[in-house]
Design a binder for this molecule. Structure first.
Ligand code: IMP
Ligand code: MG
Length: 195
């Protein structure tokens, strides 16, 4: 599903002042996650599904997605360094927290909030492949195809979005705004120079 940018109105809290426009409303997000849940459930029927969430942004999406699954699943988490306060990728990837469990022989579905350059996920996929899972796929809520630097094979995508810096529903700017229930575009006043 491809979406454009809509101007939002009536946003007044301090949190909401960081939002330039609403890109994906809460209802639209939840409806699409329902569809993804049905697709994943159909594909993983009778298998040994393990959802691997990439901290911290994917937590919100993963929690909602797994409640739409009609197949049994387990969860685990990894944390990888990506951005600090800046909105551009450093390309430097480092494991901050590794998985608790052994994924050898498991059907692993990596759950990500957003794929931008693809650098983070392409590193992660190489790393996880070496652990010999039975299968390894990606489910990303958002993707920015225009920003891709490395090809990543993404099995499930929620929404393709334009090249804008987005916040909310797990996505942060300098660790804030994750608790917005929708996806918004960061207010132009807050975007650092060079992006
Ligand atoms: P990549 O390695 O460039 O694909 O970066 C992926 C990571 O960068 C995501 O997991 C996010 O943490 C972060 N990121 C990329 N684009 C955005 C954005 O528009 N808003 C918030 N975080 C972003
Ligand atoms: Mg982030």
């Amino acid at each position: 599903m491809t979406v454009g940018v809509d101007a939002g109105e009536g946003r007044e809290t301090e949190l909401e002042r960081g939002v330039g426009e609403i890109l994906i409303e809460e209802d639209t997000l939840q409806a699409r996650i329902g569809e993804l849940g049905r697709d994943v459930s159909a594909d993983y029927e009778g298998r040994d599904l393990l959802l691997v969430g990439v901290l911290k942004g994917a937590v919100f999406f993963m929690a909602d997605l797994m409640r739409k699954l009609t197949v049994p699943c387990e969860i685990d988490f990894m944390a990888i360094s990506s951005y600090g306060a800046a909105t551009d990728s450093s390309g430097v990837v480092r494991i901050l927290k590794d998985l608790d469990i052994n994924i050898s022989g498991r059907d692993v579905l990596v759950v990500e909030d957003i794929i931008d350059s693809g650098l983070t996920l392409s590193y992660l996929m190489r790393n996880l492949t070496a652990r010999k899972p039975a299968s390894l796929e990606i489910c990303a809520l958002l993707t920015k195809p225009d920003r891709r630097e490395i090809d990543v094979n993404v099995r499930y995508v929620g929404f393709e979005i334009p090249n804008r810096f987005v916040i909310g529903y797990g996505l942060d700017f300098a660790e804030r705004y994750r608790n917005l229930p929708y996806i918004g575009v960061l207010s132009p006043d807050l975007v650092p120079d060079g992006t």
